[in-house]
Design a protein around this ligand. Structure first.
Ligand code: UDP
Length: 483
């Protein structure tokens, strides 16, 4: 009987772990805290083992229905040089007909999509149901994304060649070198697809952001202010984060040696080094990171991947190997690419993990006291919610903005003087940064990390801003008639 009156939310995730994780966390809250019925629509592409495991664990929770929508073959529609936004957009476009039939038979009362799924908003219009966009990132990035619809008209030439930072009304300026990857070259299909995403942002009935008032008040207000970005956007903006996934429940058992080692280390003495589900470094950079860690004499856990030729990027992801756990492949063994003798010299102070580690569980372990990270937004939030200070090492997507936010606005990170995508970060600089964030006493960066952690917990608690924002959204859903 209850079921009949319960509004039914359909939540659409585009492919990739970095998109699926925040969607699932939002979904869990809608069900557990706000009593809504939920179906998660996952657009499945080159599914990785990590993705599979995650989906299995969600299914076993039985909190919601999960519908996997398969992507038709897109190989004729893209070429090898196309970037990640283009690939995602092509997949999401191709999947639209299947999505339409799924949604028409589900007849949800509300549709929530991520930023790459905006085309599905037109299906919500056909069904005459409210539609929201969930930006699994922060408010400053969202401002840049939306303001690109204006910058595209205003700025002549390449964004990266501009001398002055971009002034986004009401927000911190964005340095040309920090722009989102697809803006690096305006003469590409990647930029055109990104621009469509930017215009797509204007088509919803409201935005949900994985961030919170206390840390991004200024940017959230500018998105709401009718004289600033709110004048472009014109819909409510909800700061509902930080939504992070809890520590993997089975991680202790399947990584016994790692956690046994960590249990023996002293409080906040270990730095965790990882570049997300897709980040890779060049050979030269891998060598310098290894020496930097060794020189710092700090204890560490390092998730390694075989280096890629050329510059550091998200090659691992775009080759379709993202998030896999194929640790048994010979060429993936770290002794093939780490400096000679590194593994034996550091065996008492560090652990090298191949390809993939249970990051959420590691960051919440009391022995972990620092995170050298590529600054993916999920990783960033996992660090912030555990009060772990960071070395911000941005590689791709919007990570350069994230790094700037972490260092300059939040004060919880240090970062290399020159962007790691521009120049190899040398060993001494790495060692110095490691020592700087890991110093236990009189360290303002650590103090700030604690403060932000408390602010995050408060935002999510029952009287907190994010809890209230999600309640408001849930109330709006409650008013939607069931189809
Ligand atoms: N992750 C993990 N183990 C790894 C690498 C990544 O558990 O070895 C998880 C990480 O905890 C985060 C997600 O994968 O939740 C990566 O998302 P993020 O937004 O940080 O970066 P992306 O991989 O999308 O660039």
């Amino acid at each position: 009987q209850m079921e009949i009156h319960m509004p039914h939310v359909a939540l659409l995730s585009s492919p990739g772990l970095g998109h699926i994780i925040p969607v699932i966390e939002l979904g869990k809250r809608l069900v557990l805290q706000h009593n809504l019925k939920l179906t998660i629509l996952v657009v499945a592409s080159q599914t990785s083992e990590a993705e599979d495991q995650l989906m299995k664990s969600v299914m076993s929770d039985k909190l919601c229905d999960i519908v996997e929508v398969a992507v038709p073959d897109i190989s004729d529609l893209i070429d090898a040089n196309d970037g990640i936004v283009t690939r995602l957009r092509v997949m999401m476009r191709q999947v639209c007909p299947s999505l339409r039939s799924v949604l028409c038979s589900l007849r949800p009362s509300v549709l929530i999509v991520d930023i790459f799924g905006f085309e599905a908003l037109s299906i919500a219009e056909e069904l005459k149901i409210p539609k929201f966009i969930y930006v699994a990132s922060h408010a400053w990035f969202t401002s840049l994304l939306i303001y690109t619809t204006v910058l595209d008209r205003q700025v002549q030439g390449q964004y990266v060649d501009q001398e002055e930072p971009f002034q986004i009304p009401g927000c911190s300026p964005v340095r040309p070198e920090d722009v989102f990857d697809p803006m690096l070259d305006r003469n590409t299909r990647e930029y055109q697809e990104y621009l469509r995403v930017a215009f797509g942002m204007l088509k919803s009935d409201g935005l949900l952001l994985n961030s919170w008032e206390d840390v991004q008040h200024k940017d959230l207000e500018s998105l709401r202010d009718p004289d600033l970005l709110g004048g472009i956007l014109k819909v409510p903006v909800y700061g509902i984060g930080p939504l992070v996934r809890p520590a993997e429940s089975n991680s202790q058992d399947s990584n016994r040696n790692l956690f046994d080692w960590l249990d023996k280390q002293s409080f906040e003495s270990v730095i965790f080094v990882s570049f997300g589900s897709g980040g890779t470094l060049s050979f030269e950079q891998t060598t310098e990171v290894a020496w930097g860690l060794e020189l710092s004499q700090q204890r560490f856990i390092w998730v390694t991947r075989p280096p890629t030729a050329g510059r550091a990027d998200s090659a691992f992801f775009s080759t379709g190997d993202g998030g896999s756990q194929q640790s048994d492949r010979d060429d993936h063994h770290p002794s093939n690419f780490l400096p000679e003798g590194f593994l034996s010299r550091t065996k008492n102070i560090g652990v090298v993990v191949q390809q993939w580690a249970p990051q959420a569980a590691l960051l919440s372990h009391p022995s972990v006291g620092g995170f050298l990270s590529h600054c993916g937004w999920n990783s960033t939030l996992e660090s912030l919610t555990n009060g772990v200070p960071m070395i911000a090492w941005p590689l791709y997507a919007e990570q350069r903005m994230n790094a700037t936010l972490l260092e300059e606005e939040l004060g919880v990170a240090v970062r290399p003087k020159v962007l790691p995508t521009k120049k190899v970060v040398e060993r001494d600089e790495t060692a110095t940064m490691v020592k700087q964030i890991m110093k236990l006493n009189n360290n303002p960066i650590r103090d700030r990390a604690r403060l932000i952690q408390h602010s995050a917990l408060k935002a999510l608690s029952e009287a907190g801003s994010s809890f209230i924002a999600l309640s408001q959204l849930a109330q709006q859903c409650q008013k939607c008639p069931n189809q």
